[in-house]
Design a protein around this ligand. Structure first.
Ligand code: UDP
Length: 262
């Protein structure tokens, strides 16, 4: 049995790909185009508190992805009719900068931006104690400065850090990572070429302490056992990212403590 999801490419995408489509994504030794092993994440850098004007913020690099997140709130919800009597609402905007991809992207929100804003919001909501702040809004702005595949996952990982940095009470951090299939092999943390040329992409968001998945999507085709293995590989990636998230938060507060001691 094969699980299928739409893997349609726009005409523009197909044309761009045909110019730079590699013959192989994985060599005989099981090494990927960027030198990674099948189960290896891209190099990751995370920092919190990078935007003094926002209530919380985070900057994340994952391979060539560069993502900045600013959080405001909880604050009075505007327009008022979006307010909920018993909980805070999350307003989430995922936005790709026009210079984030090699072909200039229109600065206007695309259908994809709107969809990703929704799935990212839904991936973050279960982690937040929304019921503590009725009638308020928490605003999450995710700016993709540079994109190279897996930006929805990297956006979730960074947004969760920015929410924690804003001091918003959370059940757990959310870390997100994709797994997928390229040249018939399962791989983790797909970069853009692997995402577009490969056979499948399964983005997963996960709360490691609560052992709960908050986002699960699939693009492409996988056998059922491949799907299970891909989800497990993605969860393993999330756990590695989670440790880095905790380190990023700790390093900010250790630095604050040291400043106070001086
Ligand atoms: N991308 C692009 N132009 C666009 C949208 C996406 O070049 O208008 C690239 C970008 O590198 C992105 C990748 O395609 O990271 C994969 O996009 P997808 O929709 O699968 O989301 P993601 O994998 O980033 O979560």
């Amino acid at each position: 049995m094969q699980l299928k999801a739409s893997k349609k490419k726009t005409k523009k995408e197909t044309e761009t790909l045909s110019n730079k489509k590699p013959e192989k994504l994985i060599d005989k030794k099981g090494i990927r185009l960027d030198g990674r092993k099948l189960d290896e994440l891209r190099p990751v850098k995370m920092e919190v508190g990078v935007l003094p004007n926002a209530d919380g913020s985070a900057y994340l690099e994952q391979g060539k992805n560069k993502i900045l997140v600013g959080v405001y709130g909880p604050k009075e919800a505007h327009p008022r009719h979006i307010a909920q009597q018993d909980r805070a609402v999350i307003q989430c905007r995922y936005h790709m900068a026009p210079f984030s991809v090699d072909e200039r992207k229109s600065p206007a929100p695309s259908r994809r931006d709107v969809e990703l804003s929704k799935v990212i919001r839904e991936a973050l909501e279960p982690a937040i104690f929304l019921e503590y702040y009725p009638k308020t809004a928490i605003q999450v702005y995710i700016e993709i400065l540079q994109a190279d595949g897996g930006t929805r996952c990297a956006g979730i990982t960074a947004a969760s850090l920015a929410l924690a940095d804003a001091g918003i009470p959370m059940r757990d951090l959310v870390a997100a990572c994709a797994a997928g299939k390229a040249d018939g092999k399962l791989i983790v943390d797909l970069m853009d070429t692997e995402d577009k040329v490969g056979e499948a992409d399964v983005p997963v968001a996960f709360m490691p302490n609560l052992n709960a998945i908050t986002l699960l999507q699939m693009d492409g085709g996988l056998l059922v056992d491949e799907f299970e293995n891909a989800v497990n590989m993605a969860i393993d990636g999330c756990k590695q990212l989670y440790n880095l998230q905790k380190e990023a938060l700790k390093s900010k507060y250790v630095a604050v403590e040291e400043d106070e001691e001086e």
